[in-house]
Design a protein around this ligand. Structure first.
Ligand SMILES: Cc1cc2nc3c(=O)[nH]c(=O)nc-3n(C[C@H](O)[C@H](O)[C@H](O)COP(=O)(O)OP(=O)(O)OC[C@H]3O[C@@H](n4cnc5c(N)ncnc54)[C@H](O)[C@@H]3O)c2cc1C
Length: 426
């Protein structure tokens, strides 16, 4: 059996590890656009911050897995079962996994090709920034999503003067509600971040080919000698044109992570499955789901029949002395059918917000006391009614046993709830 994996990120790596474990005799080949072994992508922000070294990111390679690094898939012939690469080589497969991840969303600003304007998706991009950093004083970060936020934090920790341009009122607007977002913003500002809301870069300004500033949409100017563009990501699907593989935002997959093409699977940031909190198809571009999808895709490529139950977005982040936990749907806005409970204590600087749909927990944000995050996530993932007064969950010190959750959790672990949508092959 020849297994081919496009992409050497965590989804591809987990699939390779799984295939190697369950089909020791199979041929497993990974095609990776980037150079070198798979590495921890979230940790590139710590690399930028200076708190880890490059070699600490390396995730290694399973034995007897061939990695073809620095070569991209450019097209797939799903009838002949062959992948063509950027070096015009052809790789036949019996089972194929597309785990090509996501690419940064481009920006429309003028002169975005000046030197020292970077995206932050790869280790190589961060290494370039680090090489430039000794010559830089003023960083400009575009976008307050996870990547922009992490870049700004890293630059602050590196002692740069940092400005951030964001569209919404606060950073991490996809991850947290306005109250938590306001607290995060205050914390960044206390540590020197300048934030402008509702502004875009119209054009970058250069000198000798290097960026020296930006003209903003209101006509004002800002000096900068290092720019990071963090305006979100898009699933990396360009090479699928003419393959016949059906995509929406990402590649549509069924519960077994099969795409619309026979023997082709997809996993990770490129795959669109089902969000358990939102109750609809969604691309949850986060590390733990990419890893789990890779593992399940690997099992199914090896002939097992393992369902992926759906994803829930989540993150735990520390900025300076502020701990943040976020999971699920945290800000349903004015959408009907949701109940929001929240509690904050200015003395202990804690904040907890829970979002319910009927009796089900669908989202949570916690600041500073993030205990029982796993349990909150479990409640969201299971989709079962909370077996206790909801208000009790607002108390960070609640005891799972007192809520009857321990017994209930053990019972629930034996049955896996499935998302309510079928697949291509069912
Ligand atoms: C700065 C940063 C911080 C993050 N922080 C967090 C965090 O705190 N928590 C969290 O959960 N997630 C975080 N993420 C997101 C997380 O890294 C991703 O969800 C995860 O890496 C997705 O894994 P993947 O394998 O699906 O895709 P990727 O990691 O994107 O890997 C895909 C690989 O495929 C390669 N590829 C693409 N096209 C081709 C092709 N045609 N041929 C061959 N190879 C190809 C790419 O170059 C890439 O190496 C962060 C991401 C970044 C950039």
């Amino acid at each position: 059996m020849r297994h081919l994996i496009i992409g050497s990120g965590i989804a591809g790596l987990q699939a390779a590890r799984t295939l190697r474990a369950v089909q020791p005799e199979a041929e497993v080949t990974m095609l990776g656009r980037e150079q070198g072994n798979p590495y921890s992508r979230p940790m590139i922000s710590q690399l930028l911050e200076g708190s880890v070294q490059t070699n600490q990111l390396d995730l290694g390679l399973p034995p007897k897995v061939e990695l073809i690094a620095g070569e991209s898939a450019v097209s797939i012939d799903t009838h002949q079962k062959v992948v063509k690469t950027s070096r015009s080589r052809h790789f036949p497969y019996d089972r194929l996994l597309v785990a090509s991840g996501a690419d940064p969303r481009p920006i429309a600003a003028g002169k975005a090709d000046l030197q020292n304007i970077h995206f932050m998706r790869t280790r190589a991009q961060v290494e370039e920034m680090l090489a430039e950093m000794p010559r830089c004083r003023k960083a400009l970060v575009l976008g307050g999503g996870l990547v922009g936020f992490k870049a700004a934090y890293a630059f602050l920790r590196q002692g740069l003067d940092v400005s951030m341009l964001i569209r919404s009122e606060h950073p991490l607007s996809q991850q947290v509600d306005p109250t938590a977002g306001g607290r995060i913003l205050e914390k960044l500002q206390e540590n020197g971040l300048r934030v402008s809301v509702g502004l875009e870069v119209a054009e970058f300004l250069g000198h000798n080919g290097r960026v020296v500033g930006a003209e903003l949409s209101d006509g004002s100017r800002i000096d900068c000698d290092l720019v990071v563009v963090g305006k979100g990501v898009l699933p990396s699907t360009g090479f699928l044109d003419h393959s016949g593989i059906v995509t929406d935002l990402g590649i549509l997959v069924d519960d077994f992570l099969r795409t619309s093409a026979p023997d082709v699977f997809a996993a990770g940031d490129v795959a669109e499955h089902f969000d358990l909190a939102r109750g609809r198809r969604w691309v949850n571009a986060i590390w733990p789901e990419a890893a789990e999808q890779g593992r399940i895709a690997g099992l199914n490529m090896a002939g097992r029949q393992v369902r992926y139950p759906g994803s829930v977005s989540r993150n735990t982040i520390r900025i300076f002395d502020l701990d943040i936990l976020t999971c699920g749907l945290v800000d349903p806005g004015s959408e009907e059918g949701y109940e929001v409970l929240q509690d904050q204590d200015s003395r202990t600087k804690t904040y907890r917000r829970l979002v319910f749909s009927d009796d089900r927990l669908v989202g949570a944000v916690c600041l500073n006391r993030i205990e029982h995050g796993g349990l909150l996530l479990y409640l969201i993932k299971s989709g079962r009614p909370v077996p206790a007064p909801k208000e009790e969950l607002l108390q960070p010190g609640f005891h799972p046993g007192r809520l009857g959750l321990v017994r209930w959790q053990a019972m629930a672990a034996s049955s896996s709830p499935l998302p309510p949508w079928g697949g291509f092959h069912s």
